[in-house]
Design a protein around this ligand. Structure first.
Ligand code: C2E
Ligand code: MG
Ligand code: MG
Ligand code: MG
Length: 291
């Protein structure tokens, strides 16, 4: 009987896997049309300075709206599929262009905000990244400092001269470099010092469960490292007022998380900025930090 159940489970798993493969295959083949049909789009999550009460920038996060079902597919589901083929390059080109277009639209609405983009590690191994970025900045009339490129620690572990050449060319161009999910992987500290990131984005795991003293001293250690490197710091994934208080007590001032805003359409960003600043002024400080 147990054996029968076991066989049932196996069949279930096999069906699951082939289902996922079918779906992956469908996603893979439909990307070009999806891009052309505008099914891929960006949402933007504001980054706020809780000391100054200002919005410092917004991170672009890609989504795919499946035309057949209307369902929104999160990046974790389709990015790995695209990374298996060459289509990730096409996605990254789209993301860079669309993020720059959005930042230009905010500037037109009187909000000169920085925009951050996430690129696939593979893209850093492809020649011509800085030229691609420079062309997008030019098309939309942005200065290099208005764009930030997020790099995961994994990129720094790729042993490839092309990665170093791209990062050097991007730094030369003047775009900001952010180290994403910092502390969640392995950082090559020597490389970190050569890269001179503009921002360390501290991983949200440091605001989650665990001994608060230990977490606080790790975060403070990271803040000190950042100061030594001349980098800013931001903590991501703030969901509760308690987490915000914890972050505030460690001395980190720039945060991103559902407590302030969920990722939203580009067109909603200027109004969010106005609302955030008005609330801050009304409360004479971050309202969420009161009491
Ligand atoms: P990430 O770069 O670390 O992005 C932050 C993720 O955390 C986003 O998920 C965001 O929606 C989520 N998040 C923000 N605030 C909170 C919070 O308070 N609580 C929780 N639980 N989550 C929060 P998302 O949009 O699903 O993106 C997941 C990952 O997919 C990103 O992680 C990034 O690595 C990747 N990704 C997103 N957009 C792109 C893209 O355009 N290109 C590439 N190559 N990767 C992307
Ligand atoms: Mg990111
Ligand atoms: Mg992150
Ligand atoms: Mg993260």
């Amino acid at each position: 009987e147990a054996k029968a159940r076991g066989r049932g489970r196996q069949v279930f798993f096999e069906a699951g896997i082939s289902d996922r493969r079918d779906r992956a295959e469908a996603l893979r083949t439909s990307l070009p049309q999806a891009l052309a049909a505008g099914q891929l789009f960006l949402e933007f999550q504001p980054q706020v300075h809780v000391g100054c009460g200002t919005v410092t920038g917004a991170e672009a996060l890609v989504r795919w709206r499946d035309a057949a079902t209307g369902e929104v597919i999160p990046p974790a589901l389709f990015i790995p599929i695209l990374e298996e083929g060459d289509q990730i390059a096409e996605l990254d080109r789209f993301v860079i262009d669309e993020a720059c277009r959005s930042a230009a639209s905010w500037a037109e609405a009187g909000r000169r905000l920085r925009v951050s983009v996430n690129l696939s590690p593979r893209t850093f191994q492809t020649p011509g990244l800085a030229e691609l970025v420079a062309a997008a900045l030019g098309r939309h009339g942005l200065t290099a400092r208005q764009l930030e490129i997020e790099i995961t620690e994994g990129v720094l572990l790729i042993d490839d001269v092309q990665v170093e050449a791209n990062l050097a060319a991007l730094a030369e161009l003047g775009v900001r470099l952010a180290l994403d999910d910092f502390g969640s992987g392995y950082s090559n500290i020597a490389y970190l010092m050569r890269l001179k990131p503009d921002v360390l984005k501290i991983d949200r795991s440091f605001v989650l469960e665990g001994d608060e003293h230990i977490r606080a001293s790790i975060v403070q250690g990271i803040l000190q490292l950042a100061e030594t490197l001349g980098a800013e710091t931001l903590i991501e994934g703030i969901e509760t007022a308690d987490q915000l208080r914890f972050v505030h007590e460690t001395g980190c001032q720039i945060v991103q998380g559902f407590l302030f805003a969920r990722p939203m359409a580009a067109s909603a960003i200027p109004a969010f900025c106005g609302g955030f600043e008005a609330q801050y002024q009304l409360a004479q400080g971050t309202p969420l930090l009161q009491h």
